[in-house]
Ligand binder design. Structure first.
Ligand code: SAH
Length: 265
């Protein structure tokens, strides 16, 4: 792995400095799929919010509760109203993240979920990655400066102590709205120097940056993109087991965060 991949590099100076001094008290965990969230909802004994903060009629879901000194909110796009499947992808991720930040004013956002991994970059099924940097791989705009806007590269909030203490892998994440990978996507993912790919991360990062909330990413590998097996099949085969690994990692991160201020992460 390239040396620059080893650590998220800079923290966003624009994040309100007063929030750095006091312990984190309120976190939002954005998780795209219900299966990915279930174990965490049970572990933290969260309850579903029926008096929704969200606009009337949207399928978005919030589970919340106190765990130790933390107010934990898990937010999800919920089921597509027409088709009944989880609202994966960047559009609903942006909307739910925006609405959750507006109403909950979290100190920190965690985007937890599954991802495809590249074995050539050191990923294996069940690995949980902390992400140093995120970017898009399906927003090609070949006009100067718009090209950079399309790629939308952003740093995750730097958490060197979480990385050290919890022994997670670190890598770059590339986001696009497809589960499969076209040849053009592949070239962009390579240009992004990504180890993992998902369908939400860079969108969550965009909203978090707009609204100046620090964000970290925990992504567990369900499928190997540069392997032999078809992605959709491998994803479904590993989803349950890998979700358990994700649940463990998120729980450890939450325990580590409890009682600490942002600068100690
Ligand atoms: N067929 C699945 C669809 C889930 S979409 C089902 O109905 O259960 C895949 C989800 O997992 C997205 O939220 C995405 O962020 C993540 N993901 C896992 N592996 C991925 C990959 N190889 N490429 C992109 N996203 C992936």
């Amino acid at each position: 792995m390239a040396p620059h991949d080893d650590q998220p590099q800079v923290n966003d100076d624009s994040i309100a400095s007063e929030s750095h001094g006091k312990p984190i008290s309120n976190i939002v965990i954005f998780i795209a799929m219900h299966t990915e969230a279930l174990a965490l909802v049970n572990r933290f004994q969260l309850i579903e919010d029926h008096d929704s903060l969200f606009p009337e009629g949207v399928p978005w879901v919030r589970y919340h509760g106190m765990y130790k000194d933390l107010h934990i909110n898990i937010v999800q796009p919920g089921k597509d109203p027409a088709l009944g499947v989880d609202g994966v992808g960047t559009v609903s991720a942006s909307l739910v993240t925006y609405a959750a930040i507006q109403s909950l004013k979290p100190d920190l956002i965690i985007n937890a979920g599954t991802a495809g991994g590249f074995k050539a970059k050191g990923a294996a099924i069940g690995d949980v990655f902390l992400t140093s940097e995120v970017a898009f791989h399906d927003r090609r705009i070949p006009i100067p400066v718009f090209d950079l806007y399309g790629v939308g590269k952003r740093q995750a909030f730097s958490t060197p102590n979480i990385l050290k203490e919890l022994n997670l892998k670190i890598g770059r994440l590339s986001t696009g709205d497809s589960l499969d990978m076209s040849a053009q996507d592949e070239a962009s993912i390579t240009a992004n120097d990504a180890t993992i790919k998902d369908m939400e991360g860079a969108a969550v990062a965009y909203v978090a940056e707009l609204l100046k909330v620090p964000v970290i990413f925990l992504k567990a590998v369900t499928d190997i993109v540069d392997g032999e097996k078809p992605t959709a099949e491998e994803f479904l085969q590993n989803l349950a087991a890998v979700t358990a690994a994700l649940d463990e990692a998120v729980a450890k991160v939450v325990d580590f965060i409890n009682g600490k201020c942002l600068t100690k992460l």
